[in-house]
Design a protein around this ligand. Sequence first.
Ligand code: MG
Length: 333
Amino acid sequence: MTITALGERALIARLRARMPPPPDWVLTGIGDDAAVLQPERGMVDVVTTDALVEDIHFRRGWSAPEDIGHKALAVNLSDLAAMGAAPRALLLSLALPESLPLDDFDRILDGFLALAALTRIRLVGGNITRSPGPLVIDVTAIGVARPRRILRRSGAHPGDRLFVTGHLGAAATGLALRGSGVDLAGLDADRRACVSKYDRPDARLRTGQIVAHNRAASACMDLSDGLADALTQVAEASGCGVEILGDALPLHPGVLDWAAATGADARGLALSGGEDYELLFAVPKRRTRLFLAAIRQAGETTVTDIGVCTKERMTCVVAGDVRADLPAGFSHF
Ligand SMILES: [Mg+2]
């Protein structure tokens, strides 16, 4: 059975039936022309949007519908995390091919709504339309933050250390593994972790919020299009340069395995590979201990010191005696 058998109104009713009762700050939720939300006193709204497009960001033949739903929300939560905002409300716009099985629709919502419940973000509205081509999941996420604690890309200063959370290159390796057609059931744990990082990334929400709350970083950005891209953007926005220690990059063990087996460039995957959804922080030297304490308090992941912000407006990576310009990140066009 496909979604066409039900039609738009029945699909919306099906979605509404699965939602928990709205909190009192949702003055008007799904079902009117627009949602009406009571602002939180003393807080500002932090608003972001990101769409997942079939065959660009995911393939229905590769990823389970639950994972596609999860990822559509996670990439937006990652943007809130990078600003230090707490998740609050969501809008979901779906463009669905007529041939989409109803079971896939339900399973996309399974992944989406499970992550929404876990991160306490409320779906307050949206739209369902027909797509003549790919499946598109377009999400708008609204977070709240104290105005003076927001983390921006533009706050870094020369001398600030650069830290990155977790490991790098895992999602790019997961994508390569999926593309290689290998039997995923036969993979070792490290490579399986790379595939699952690609299919089902998690946002570093607690880390972003606790670092922001403690004012422990001067700048932050999430790694959606790769570390090199994030470093370049933070440097440009902050009017400084960056010098990265190539040997310090925390490569995921699955990346090293994959590189050893195929001759792929592990460091290149870590620098240019997209979709890791880790966080890059600039941290003033005097805040380093406060920052590390915040990371421990968040308890989500480790951080690695990968370099420094410079006065000279260069973006380079140093390994031994070799100094090279940062490679470009993933570009959508
Ligand atoms: Mg971002």
